[in-house]
Design a protein around this ligand. Sequence first.
Ligand code: FES
Length: 559
Amino acid sequence: MGRNAANYGDKDFALYLRRSFAKSMGYSQAMLDKPVVGIADTASDFNNCHRSVPELVEAVKRGVLAAGGLPMGFPTVSLCEPFLHPCSMHYRNLMALDTEAMLTAQPMDAAVLIGGCDKTVPAQLMAAASADIPAALLVVGPMLAQRFEGERLSACTDCRRYWGRYRAGDVSEQRIGEIEGNLATTAGTCGVMGTASTMACLAATLGFMPLAAASAPAVHADRLRLAEEAGALAVRLITHPVRPRELITPASVENALRVLLALGGSTNALIHLTAIAGRAGVQVDLRRLDALSEETPVLVDLKPTGEGYMEDFNAAGGMRALLREMRDLLHLGCKDLYGRTLAERLDEGSDFVDRAYIRARATPVSPVGGIVSLFGSLAPDGAILKRSAATPALFETEARCVVFDGLEDLAARIDDEALDVTAKDILVLKNAGPLTPSGMPEAGYLPIPKKLARAGVKDMVRMSDCRMSGTAFGTIVLHIAPEAAAGGPLALVESGDRIRLSVRERRLDLLVGEAELARRRAAWKAPARPRRGWDRLVHDQVLQAPEGADLAFLRPAGE
Ligand code: FES
């Protein structure tokens, strides 16, 4: 309780006042003498994924008390994907800033960070890396898929599948309404290998929580036992400190990249891992990612790229079984919060594995990784494509493009019967990157124009400077950098231009002559700077996707 005294110019008085006010909450002096574990409580009525957080906080407190600490919960910003405008990504760095400030300003010796929904875990790990105080992570865990009229449903791959069928006229108004009430029916994060689950798996790989904690369902009793364990671990960290930056190293980040690829995981996780690593001074290089992708098979057969749900992954052996299968590809000396090496972690526990969901190396879902990097005249600083969720027949495409200048233009014209578009065209969305007021939303999954969807078109090449939900699928180029709003070549693309995508050559090129591009560049105007507030700070500080879209002033000093 004596850490970080308020500054009245008299430290003894500040601590006297603090003790007095702490006693107003009914704590005895014996309790106040114990080491303090802060618990970042992200319960919010605007966060359905986190509706089990109050119960988890209670279980963490049990774990802290039993281990001899004093648990103190505190609120932070909480972000839930569907409840935020313009999108949750716009506020990831705000949550990271808030969490870092509360970790460093309040008197605590260690912390438990309770996250789950997509942006919360990245924000908390970014905060932990910057605050560099010992912190255990606890995720809320995935929701359960539920049976509905003969099929299993869970957010959010099934949401997109049904919505696509509704747009194509295959599913009625009444049916889409019935499905709406059956997609997400329990507490917890989306039940597929979307961003939340991918980030949980990466956080466990980095050592911030036990491997089993990545996938235990939100409503399973194991989740509460993991919460107790997180509380006890935080107390242990006070006497056996392992700081976040000791866990985030070039080797552990490379392990996390391998796991991302083997999972067929969310493309968003790449941006988040880049931002987390950046806070610890570790660079993620898209070309290195691409090299790893060539030698890392996809081993996990879950939606959106495969068939199963997170509960199947958990029951199949989860992260322990997956990491054992790729053991020879990993840096086994990386430590976790207990100080154990990855090799030691993998030697523990059952050997059970269900090959329906976690494949053997000899029979992978795909012999190569789920994500590739692209470079070329349209993406000088890089772009990515989730090949495990794409249509191989579209990997080598040269075609005319149909350009949308931004999200409003997309909404206004995509379903216009008069839109000049065919299934062979490339759809391009610009002005939706991190620098725009839209905050780099998950709009990269451009809808197939209704008239083409009705004609049976399931996939087209689509590209943008924004992101795609981890639960989405299609031949979709994302994170084009520099983005259009920063004056990247994407800003200069016009409908009718030809673009060449080559996954084989890892190229993305705009086939327009330099003289014409120079003319367009001279006419280009940068978008207006927001007048105030968070939008203004983001505009002035946000970095591009290959740097994790972090804010420049939050990176380690000297970078
Ligand atoms: Fe929270 Fe999908 S909306 S994890």
